[in-house]
Every structure is written in C-alpha cells, then in structure tokens.
Design a protein around this ligand. Structure first.
Ligand SMILES: *Cc1c(COP(=O)(O)O)cnc(C)c1O
Length: 449
C-alpha cells in the first residue's frame, strides 16, 4: 500500500547531490548498522499504532498525506540538513523558500509582499498578531467563536486583549456583532477565518473589509486550512466572493502542511506591506551576515527552521503548480465534491441530521435523535463502530445555542451536542465515496437499533 518507488529515486539523487562535494578530501564515518536496523525495525512496529492517515478510509481529522515528491525531496535534503534561519545555514534552500513563498503569495495576487515559512500555522499566526500588536499597541484582537483557539492563547502570550465575536447559524462571524464591538473604538485587529477548523466555514470577508474602511483595523486572514481553496472551481458563489477579497487583507496565514501536501513543520505568513519587516529588526551578534541580501533570519520570529521544508515545498509546487485548473487545484475540488455528495445523501435521509452544506471539504453531521444527549451518545457510538469497520471519523462538539434554530424539534438538554466530522482532504475520497457511504449506511443502522 505504501509508495516505495521514490526510494530508488532518492538513491540516484543522493549520488547526484554528493557529486557537488567531490573536491573535499574523503571522509567516512562508521555506524553500528546492525543496531540501527534493529531499532528501526522496532520503530516500524511501534508506528503501526496509528490511524491509517494515508488511506481513503481515514476521513477524520485534518490529516493529509504528503505527496511522494515532498517526501523524497525532504529526505534528500536531510543529508545536508540546511537551516533556513540564515544564508550561512542554508544558501540553496533559502533561495527555494523565497521562490516557493512567492508562488504562494501569487495565489492572492501579491507580488510586493513580505513572507516566509514557519514551523506551522500557530507560529505564523503568532507572528501576524505580534506585528498587528506593534502597529496598534494596546488595542484588542477580535476573532469569531469558531476561530482556532490559538488566537486567544496567542493574544495572552503577546499581552493583547482578546474578545470573541458570535457566529451566525453557518458558523461564520456575525458582522452585526462585529460592528457593535468596533463601535467601542478599542479594536486593533480583526482575525477573519477562511475555513474554520471545525466546519470549514468561511467568514464574510468582503463585508468585514467594508467595516475596515469605516473603522480602520488591521485585518488578518487565518487561511491556515482553507487558503488553497482559492484555486478550486466548485465553491458556492458566496464563498467565492470571500476568496476574491483575500488580496485586500493585511496579512494571511496559510499552512502548506494542511492542504499543501507537505510533511509537518510547514506554515506560511504573508504581509501585504513589506514595510512591516522593520518590526523584526534585530542586531544579533550570532546571526551571520555573509550576504548583503535579505536573509530569512531577519524576517522571522523563529530562528532555526527546517530548510528541508522549503526544499519539499518548492519541488511539490514545481510538479503541481498552484494554478486554477491544475492537478493540485483539481485534487482540492474533488475532496469538496466528495463532501457535497455525502451531504446530499444524508440531508434527505431521516437516519441522520445535518447542519449546513459544507463550504469547503469538511462535513459535520450527526445520527438522528430527540435530545442533545441522545444525539451525542449516538455520535460517540457511531465513531466507535465506524472505527471497528476501519472507517475513521472525528467528532466535534457543537454549541447547542448554534443549533437551536436549525434543529427546532430537538430537546437541548446539554450546552453542547457531539457531532461527527469528516475532513475529506484526499482526492481519492471522491472515488471511494460509494464504499465510504456503504460503511456509513451500515453503521447508522447499528447505532439506531
Ligand atoms: C490548523 C489551524 C491552525 C493551527 O495551525 P498549526 O499548523 O496546527 O499550528 C490555525 N488556524 C486554523 C484555521 C487552522 O485550521
């Protein structure tokens, strides 16, 4: 089941890489290969204790396998192990990072920008809120109730005040509530989530931009999950409008390790105004200045970073350029297609309850039930029984207050309802739809009986 052909390519590419260092005197190290093999075999056994994230039957949390080219390019670069903190640590991989990041910025039609890779979306968002806190000191950060919990925590770390904005019945930021909060005059930053982690809902960005004109806050888009969907051709018109506005925000976070086919350790922060670079300025005696060119250590909060991430990302984007109608874009559209297709089946099926059609490729639903607690128990049982059939889902705690109008007949005897959640992130989910449906169909009968 595992793709192993790239191991052969890796051997060839290693020989090629080695040629670049032929001028050096020969240098050998010896290792206890027997012991290395023994321990590696032990690791292989230990690692069996994982959900099969690589398989279409894994349809739970946000986990998407890296593309073989990302894996092989990442592994290859480990023989050098570049550090993209500075050019001395990774000349070639820093150049690849700049190129790959420029290609990501191009998704939003930004050609003059500042940006770099980070260890992940949390670090990227931390940098964004750090900069906006510098630009508007002492003012509040606002994000919706369905925004990633990291924003509240990051605000605490940065000593910024934070407030949640209520959501509408589609888990999007309620712009009327936002306007009310803006009227108090102490807001510095608004975080719009472009694809919430829970349901993949997209905040109404063009309306938020309208308020930005009136109230003048820093607008940050957390598109860690959803950013790449700008390339797809099957969004709802309302969602498309939000994506068309992305180019007008002040900063964007997008995670290549979420939907960009990369191994973990790859987030990205982009600023529309390159001038914000001055806030990163430091005068460290440790940082190497062998080049007058901008080096990534000057515009990043993290110091050491895996150059391997940049190498993998660059190679992946060369194989599958970030263009509409390309192979990569088509893969995203297929996952969304799968989510919509399952939604269409369950919305007309009395054995299930749905909330709203998926805005991206994340589907949230529940088995039928008369009360919040009954639905929650059945969701838990569904999750377990599906897992016994090798179909791996996730669960999601939805606030009862957001479901009250949608599920008018339910007795909300608890503040939360446990629902089922599927991130249909793999293009293969579309081809496996029928088989996935058959399991859902069997399991729901078990749960309701
Ligand atoms: C995943 C996610 C994050 C956190 O990013 P990590 O890469 O997990 O650190 C932040 N915001 C959103 C919307 C996310 O989906």
């Amino acid at each position: 089941m595992f793709e192993k052909d790239t191991i052969r390519i890796l051997e060839k590419a290693l020989a090629k890489l080695e040629e670049g260092f032929e001028a050096l005197p020969d240098f050998q190290q010896s290792y206890d290969l027997e012991r290395i093999e023994e321990l590696t075999m032990q690791v292989a056994e230990i690692m069996q204790n994982n959900y099969p994230y690589f398989h279409p039957y894994y349809a739970g949390q946000m986990l998407k396998p890296p593309h073989p080219i990302a894996r092989v390019a990442y592994m290859l670069s480990l023989w050098i192990n570049p550090n993209n903190h500075a050019l001395d640590g990774g000349r070639a991989s820093s150049a690849l990072e700049k190129e790959a990041v420029a290609e990501i910025a191009n998704l939003f039609q930004w050609d003059r920008f500042l940006g770099h890779l980070t260890g992940g979306g949390t670090m990227a968002n931390l940098e964004a809120l750090w900069i906006s806190g510098q630009l508007r000191p002492g003012l509040k950060v606002l994000a919706s109730e369905q925004a990633h919990y990291t924003h509240k925590r990051i605000s605490d770390v940065l000593g910024l005040k934070f407030q949640s904005i209520p959501c509408d019945e589609k888990a999007k930021m309620d712009v009327h509530a936002l306007r009310k909060m803006l009227e108090s005059g102490d807001v510095g930053t608004v975080v719009a989530t472009i694809g919430t982690t829970g349901t993949g809902s997209v905040d109404p960005l063009s309306e938020i931009l309208g308020l930005k004109e009136a109230y003048g806050f820093h607008l940050h888009a957390d598109a860690a999950y959803g950013g790449y969907f700008i390339l797809t051709d099957n969004l709802f018109p309302e969602t498309r409008v939000a994506y068309e506005s992305l180019k007008e925000v002040d900063s964007i976070v997008i995670d290549p390790h979420k939907h960009g086919l990369q191994p973990y350790g790859c987030g990205c922060i982009l600023y529309r105004d390159p001038e914000v670079g001055k806030h990163y300025k430091h005068d460290s005696p440790y940082t190497y200045f062998t080049s007058s060119e901008l080096h990534l250590g000057e515009i990043s909060l993290e110091c050491s970073r895996a150059g391997a991430s940049a190498v993998a990302l660059w190679a992946t984007q060369k194989l599958m350029p970030l263009v509409r109608g390309g192979e990569f874009a088509l893969g995203l559209s297929k996952g969304r297609e799968a989510a919509l297709a399952i939604y269409e089946r369950i919305v007309v099926d009395k054995r299930f309850r749905t909330i709203f059609p998926p805005e991206l490729d994340i589907l949230v639903w529940a088995p039928a039930g008369e009360s919040a607690s009954e639905i929650s128990e059945r969701s838990e049982a569904f999750f377990q029984k599906a897992s016994e059939e090798n179909l791996h889902l996730a669960t999601f705690k939805y606030p009862s207050s957001s479901l009250q109008t949608l599920w008018g007949d339910v007795d909300f005897d608890h503040p939360h309802v446990l629902c089922l959640r599927s991130c249909l992130m793999k293009p293969e989910h579309d081809e496996w739809l029928e088989r996935i449906w058959q399991v859902l169909d069997r399991v729901v009968n078990l749960v309701l009986s």
